[in-house]
Design a protein around this ligand. Structure first.
Ligand SMILES: C[S@@+](CC[C@H](N)C(=O)[O-])C[C@H]1O[C@@H](n2cnc3c(N)ncnc32)[C@H](O)[C@@H]1O
Length: 212
């Protein structure tokens, strides 16, 4: 999607994707992210997700990437912490203790700037991107994290019923994007209660991806 699309969503507070209570599937499968003795978890396209609160409360260092400064200003306010803000080329870094968020286009983020990552939490990130961007995103994620393990949550539904985002990213699509670099395990497939946007039956899929 165009950057303007997401900036407009945040300006108008049209953030139906935001889960006020966080995501139960993260809590259920977090052991895949918390396995390291010093977990440093990357949350791409993070918005102001409550999952960041949970990861911090569970001992992780968290590094996010998000286009919208509105989202990140709200994230720090809701955490009740003040960010120290620095500019790094086209990105801004919002930092306080174990939380660092790069604000700007994720494709501007490099391996050197990001630093070492022990796990990636992708909820509503890959599925937010249209087909033509997903391949670039998947390659970039692997590149900047040296193919750190990924806990991926996606949706499977009939794309002809409603347009994305979120887009349908089923097992075939995950394999197309990640098979070259990762072993892919489907941990769970569960019907999404109420369907997607109340308009189409959908399943939530949870994958664990490990570098081959
Ligand atoms: C569907 S939302 C999901 C947010 C979050 N993962 C969650 O679960 O609430 C997708 C987010 O990706 C951000 N985004 C879209 N394109 C981006 C890009 N190129 N670089 C960084 N963030 C981007 C949007 O601003 C939006 O907040």
């Amino acid at each position: 999607m165009e950057h303007d699309f997401w900036h407009s969503k945040w300006h108008k507070n049209e953030i139906g994707f935001h889960e006020p209570e966080g995501n139960a599937l993260l809590v259920k499968y977090a052991d895949t992210l918390l396995a390291s003795t010093s977990p440093r978890v990357f949350v791409p396209l993070c918005g102001k997700t409550k999952d960041i609160h949970w990861l911090l409360a569970n001992g992780c260092e968290v590094v996010g990437a998000e286009l919208s400064e509105i989202a990140i200003t709200q994230l720090f306010a809701e955490l009740d912490i003040e960010p120290e803000i620095t500019t790094l080329g086209s990105l801004k870094l919002f930092k306080n203790g174990p939380l660092s968020i790069f604000v700007g286009d994720i494709f501007e983020l490099t391996n050197e700037t990001l630093g070492g990552i022990t796990g990636i939490y992708d909820r509503a990130a890959l599925v937010a991107l249209p087909t033509e961007l997903r391949e670039k995103y998947a390659a970039h994620i692997c590149d900047i994290t040296e193919c750190a393990p990924i806990l991926l949550i996606s949706f499977d539904y009939d794309q002809s019923v409603i347009p994305g985002p979120p887009f349908c990213v089923d097992e075939t699509e995950v394999a197309r994007l990640y098979n070259a670099s990762y072993s892919i395990t489907l941990l769970e497939r569960e019907p999404l209660e109420g369907g997607l946007k109340g308009k189409v039956a959908a399943d939530s899929l949870v994958f664990n991806l490990k570098h081959k």
